[in-house]
Design a protein around this ligand. Structure first.
Ligand SMILES: [Zn+2]
Ligand SMILES: [Zn+2]
Length: 398
């Protein structure tokens, strides 16, 4: 684990979050999506953190993690290869947004266990594509899930598998549309998208959330694109973002200059792995850098964790490199680690891509710590045929 030091933030007294509600489940209420915050004009580094609007007095929860000043919050962008999975821990409240593809379920569950998760209070499914939901049945089998938010139903076998797993758990499924305000423990969560009139294009209809905790704002975008991103741009009235989870794995068709001018992220995290789509696009990286954002990707940095103290101080840690992505670094990542994966080697759900090293006898899943020096993509069937055996640390598909 590589840790980057605390990023201090001058936060005056009273930079608090509201008390944790008595029920660990989010209690959605409706409100207008527009907040009273002014249009962002300053950079995130100097912006005054937004305070919670709730006038309720805070009181310690049974876990003792809630103080008058807020809670410790940790956001982990899990390295699921090409796909998304984000773990939010706000005090003792746990939310999981997406679960990677089917091959990533074991890694997501392992990260949750390593982070001390016992149950998932809120599961958010941004949209029903396999790279966001395929790993969830494995996760749901391992952890109780109190509630799931799913706005758009899928039709695939993968989606049916997700619904079956939730039914087996007895997990209620609810819809939360633009304007809803949720509570993830002490964090205020605004649903920015979609509206109930869905387009039918899964990416366009992605659920977009803004999480406000300890004076920091974090936007999670799923794969939102096109008119969906325009809607988000029009609706967002909050402060400059501290972190933007970049939409659609850094695709060229999302993250427009107009969107970035509105949300103005200080950090941008791209969940992406070896793929044949050209994600992340060089043009998107250029727009992000032009907006002043520091860019991390799960491809280069591994599992990425952001820990926010009640004071607002932030600390980043990474399971692989701690270096931010530059245009040239992305190119070298592509050519050295995964050029073949982006072109010749493509996996399927039944025969996914795994990784071998130049010298080892084990095969691994993307993000395994044993892949720090070399990571050669190879189809699972080929790895097994060549005598490679599964790594006991990352527990790749068998
Ligand atoms: Zn996706
Ligand atoms: Zn998608």
């Amino acid at each position: 684990m590589i840790v980057v030091g605390w990023v201090g933030l001058a936060l005056g007294p009273g930079g608090c979050a509201a008390a944790q509600p008595p029920s660990p489940s989010a209690s959605p209420t409706t409100a207008t999506p527009a907040t009273s915050s002014p249009k962002p004009t300053a950079s995130a580094t100097t912006a005054k953190p937004r305070r919670s609007a709730s006038p309720r007095a805070s009181a310690p929860s049974a876990s003792g993690t809630v103080s008058r000043r807020g809670v410790r919050a940790t956001v982990t962008f899990i390295d699921v290869g090409q796909g998304d999975s984000i773990l939010l821990q706000i005090g003792s409240f746990t939310a999981l947004v997406d679960g990677g593809d089917v091959a990533a379920g074991g890694h997501v569950a392992a990260v949750l266990r390593a982070r001390g998760v016992r149950r998932i209070d809120e599961l958010v499914v941004t949209h029903p594509h396999a790279d966001h939901i395929g790993g969830l049945p494995t996760v749901i089998a391992a952890f109780p899930v109190r509630q799931a938010i799913i706005d758009e139903a899928g039709t695939s076998a993968t989606y049916r598998g997700l619904i079956a797993a939730l039914r087996q758990r007895g997990t209620p499924i609810v819809r939360r549309y633009a304007g809803a305000v949720l509570r993830f423990g002490a964090a205020r969560v605004l649903v920015l998208h979609p509206s109930p009139s869905l387009t039918g294009d899964y990416n366009t209809d992605s659920i977009v959330l803004v999480i406000s905790v300890d004076g920091r704002s974090i936007m999670l975008t799923g794969d939102v694109t096109g008119t969906g991103e325009s809607d988000v741009t029009a609706r967002y009235r909050g402060p400059p973002l501290y972190v933007l989870k970049v939409a659609h794995h850094g695709s060229a068709t999302s993250t427009s200059a107009a969107f970035l001018a509105r949300v103005h992220p200080r950090f941008a995290v791209i969940e992406v792995g070896p793929n044949s789509y050209g994600h992340p696009a060089a043009s998107t990286l250029r727009r992000l850098r032009a907006s002043g954002a520091t860019i991390y990707t799960t491809w280069k940095n591994g599992d990425i964790s952001l820990s926010i103290a009640p004071s607002g101080a932030a600390r980043w840690s990474f399971s692989r490199s701690s270096r931010a992505v530059t245009a040239s670094a992305i190119n070298s990542t592509r050519t050295t680690a995964a050029a073949t994966a982006a072109g010749a080697v493509t996996g399927t759900a039944a025969d996914p891509i795994v990784y071998i090293t130049r010298t080892g006898s084990k095969y691994h899943r993307a993000g395994c710590r044993y892949l720090s020096h070399s990571a050669i993509p190879i189809r699972l069937s080929v790895a097994k045929a060549r005598g490679y055996t599964p790594c006991s640390v990352c527990d790749p598909p068998r």
